[in-house]
Design a binder for this molecule. Structure first.
Ligand code: G
Ligand code: MN
Length: 388
């Protein structure tokens, strides 16, 4: 098929005539095996045929018309979301935007206004920005990205793993999650080294306090290989292709389940908590050598129980396992670790004496071992299929 002749004028007319629609590709939770929501993918319905984004997005991007397209389609996304909510229940939608949409504040204002008007709830929307488009506009968009993050709207970096200065961009902008690129996943998941690289990318996201979604899962083998990876969610043809709204709703209403496991979640929390512990130990070490870390560094190292995803899981869905000794054993060291993170950070901030700092490091080390041990026992039982 030849699409080379699509002009900007045709694209503008198509938007006016309502010819753009979203197809929805399901996102599956590795932890519950259920559908958590979907990524909205733009399609052009014209004369009974469906045109993919490759036929109009490059022109829209190049001409700058992309921002009109994003703004024009956002209300449609919200009405589809309302439709899903009525027919299925609460779901999350991921909306792909271009970095160009964040150069001015048009889309930011539109999204914030819709939030204020109660058109959606914070947790029900995620904005995906492709890495390549972020890299080329990084400085122009930083202010708007921070504004969205402050308003509690989650941003994820799309197609992570194929671009150039990706880790540098991650360092500068407050992304809530990473979407591991589908090509990266498809090519890498077949080899042990490749699978390790995907898992290391996810672990890096977790150490930075972000979540991870794995795209491009095309087979049961790929799904199984990444089930314990610590990525929260998965997307790909094996679970579902992108579907028209009504078909996606039908799928979601079946309440279908894919394989699931708490193992990845338990492993990631072991990584996150050990990592916080090690960063604090390093801060204490620097302090004892006369180099007091900056207040903001210390503040970042006192993650509260309420912000901690393990805490939320433990008191929420994890309660499924209440009564298992390995599960019940986790509560105390986990709670104490958070108390000790805060106590140690405060001690360093307020110039405590050497003995106080030494005692806190010692206690933190002890609780860390307790907590890792509880997590490990729980993980082993989950691996053996002994948790129900
Ligand atoms: O760049 P982004 O991740 O937003 O791209 C999503 C596109 O990838 C969609 O157009 C969708 O049709 C396609 N896609 C989604 N899942 C898969 C998959 O498992 N395999 C392949 N080859 N393509 C996929
Ligand atoms: Mn995307």
């Amino acid at each position: 098929m030849e699409y080379g002749d699509v002009s900007l004028e045709e694209i503008k007319r198509a938007l006016e005539h309502d010819e753009f629609v979203f197809h929805y590709q399901a996102r599956i939770s590795f932890v519950t095996g259920g559908i958590t929501g979907a990524e909205a993918l733009l399609r052009w319905r014209r004369d009974g045929e469906l045109r993919g984004p490759e036929t109009f997005l490059p022109i829209a991007e190049r001409s700058g018309y992309i921002s009109a397209l994003s703004s024009g389609m956002f209300p449609r996304l919200l009405s589809d979301l309302a439709h899903m909510r009525r027919d299925v229940g609460r779901l999350m939608l991921a909306f792909n935007i271009s970095a160009q949409d964040l150069i001015g504040d048009g889309l930011v204002r539109q999204v914030r206004q819709a939030l204020e008007d109660g058109m959606f709830e914070r947790d029900d929307l995620e904005l995906e920005i492709a890495e390549a488009s972020v890299v080329s506009h990084e400085f122009g968009i930083a202010g708007n990205v921070r504004q969205l993050a402050r308003a509690g709207i989650r941003l994820s970096m799309d197609d992570y793993g194929i671009g150039s200065s990706s880790s540098e961009t991650l360092e500068r902008l407050p992304f809530a999650s990473l979407k591991v690129d589908q090509g990266f996943v498809r090519r890498m998941v077949g080899t042990p080294r490749g699978t390790t690289m995907i898992k290391a990318t996810i672990a890096m996201a977790q150490m930075l306090g972000m979540g991870a979604v794995v795209e491009g899962i095309e087979s049961e083998e790929a799904y199984a290989a990444l089930l314990h990876s610590g990525g929260e969610e998965a997307q790909g043809y094996w679970m579902s292709r992108p579907l028209p709204l009504e078909d996606f709703i039908d799928l979601a209403r079946t309440r279908r389940r894919w394989p699931s496991s708490p193992v990845g979640l338990l492993r990631m929390h072991q990584i996150r908590h050990s990592w916080w512990h090690k960063l604090l130990a390093d801060a204490a070490h620097a302090y004892l050598h006369g180099r007091t870390p900056a207040d903001e560094t210390l503040d970042a190292l006192r993650p509260g129980l309420s912000q901690c995803a393990l805490g939320r899981w433990y008191n929420g869905p994890g309660q499924l396992y209440a009564g298992y000794r390995e599960f019940d054993r986790l509560e105390r060291p986990h709670r104490l670790m958070h108390i000790l993170y805060a106590a140690l950070a405060d001690a360093l901030k307020h110039a405590a004496d050497r003995d106080t700092v030494a005692t806190l490091i010692d206690e933190l080390g002890r609780e860390s071992v307790e907590m890792c041990s509880a997590l490990q026992h729980l993980e082993t039982r989950a691996l053996l299929g002994e948790l129900h």
